[in-house]
Design a protein around this ligand. Structure first.
Ligand SMILES: Nc1ncnc2c1ncn2[C@@H]1O[C@H](COP(=O)(O)OP(=O)(O)OP(=O)(O)O)[C@@H](O)[C@H]1O
Ligand SMILES: O=P(O)(O)OC[C@H]1O[C@H](OP(=O)(O)OP(=O)(O)O)[C@H](O)[C@@H]1O
Length: 207
């Protein structure tokens, strides 16, 4: 059986994605999420997992140190790495939207947009013909309009609870997001049978 290295995102996607692999019939230990280990060998399946920051998964896959990986569509759109997108796993579903304080219009001269997705935000405002100033943050994006740092944010919305509890409203729905199975292009050719088997087994669960 060909060896596979799989890059998994730590954090909120991990548990659902790992459970999906178990449901797909892979013989994996149940207690892995309790561990602090970042590299886990599963000799029974000839699989090695590496546990990376969600934004770093496509980097490991593009460089070929992981053959396949699981990444949010938000991360793929933001980073535009050279990886193949094989399957929409339809987990961690959410969307990217612009939001701000209610009943406010954007400053006419270079409105300020706070986001952890500078490329997605820039492309969106370019498409709709708005010239904006991007303020890049790493988290707690909703603070920016409340404290007067930005006119709008571009961020993930799932239940809408974070917006609501911080007195913000959604303005534009930008794009839908879910987690995707991705592959290194060379691995995809060299290990096609093994990778295709993973795709087929996961596809049965998605449909
Ligand atoms: N509220 C949410 N509901 C559902 N999915 C989400 C939500 N927020 C983010 N996601 C998805 O989960 C992925 C990982 O998010 P997570 O919050 O675990 O990490 P992160 O905030 O990007 O990284 P960090 O480890 O720096 O906190 C995102 O790339 C996105 O696809
Ligand atoms: O619509 P909701 O269900 O409230 O989810 C949306 C929130 O979830 C994410 O934040 P996260 O928990 O990852 O925190 P951070 O980005 O501030 O680190 C996202 O950046 C939103 O703030």
């Amino acid at each position: 059986m060909t060896h596979l290295t799989i890059a998994m995102p730590k954090g909120r996607i991990f548990e659902e994605a790992y459970q999906m692999l178990i449901d797909a019939g892979f013989n994996l230990p149940e207690e892995v999420e309790m561990s602090r280990k970042l590299m886990i060998e599963i000799p029974e399946e000839n699989i090695r997992f590496i546990l990376a920051k969600p934004m770093d998964v496509p980097v490991y896959v593009e460089h070929g140190v992981a053959d396949i990986g699981i990444a949010g569509k938000d991360v793929l759109l933001e980073l535009k790495r050279n990886v193949h997108e094989l399957l929409d796993l339809k987990i961690s579903q959410c969307y990217i939207a612009s939001a701000g304080l209610p009943n406010t219009s954007m400053n006419e001269i270079a409105p300020r947009i706070a986001t952890k997705y500078p490329n997605i935000a820039m492309n969106y405002y370019k498409e709709i013909g708005e010239q904006v100033e991007i303020i890049e943050l790493n988290g707690s994006i909703e603070l920016a309009p409340m404290i007067g740092l930005a006119d709008r944010i571009v961020d993930i919305v799932s239940t809408g609870r974070t917006l609501m509890e911080n007195g913000l409203v959604e303005y534009e729905h930008i794009t839908d997001v879910s987690s995707r199975l991705i592959a290194n292009p060379v691995s995809y050719r060299m290990k096609s049978e093994r990778i295709q088997e993973v795709v087929t087994r996961l596809k049965n669960l998605v449909n």
